[in-house]
Design a protein. Sequence first.
Length: 74
Amino acid sequence: MDITYFRSKFKEMNLVQYIKDAFDELRFKMSWISWEEAQKSTVVVAVFTVIFAIAVFAVDKLFQTGLTEYFKLF
């Protein structure tokens, strides 16, 4: 067996260990918000997303109407 085979196996083992360590850190060392708080935050984000979309739509329509009327002058 040549040295590149062993190097690739060593790198694979390091990658696998890195992924295992990352999952362990996510499970045991992170502080997560409660399920109820996550649901409330999701609702708040959804509501503000809809409000922002409506605001962008209104500004777009305002500019569209304004520019249409402006170019009708010519």
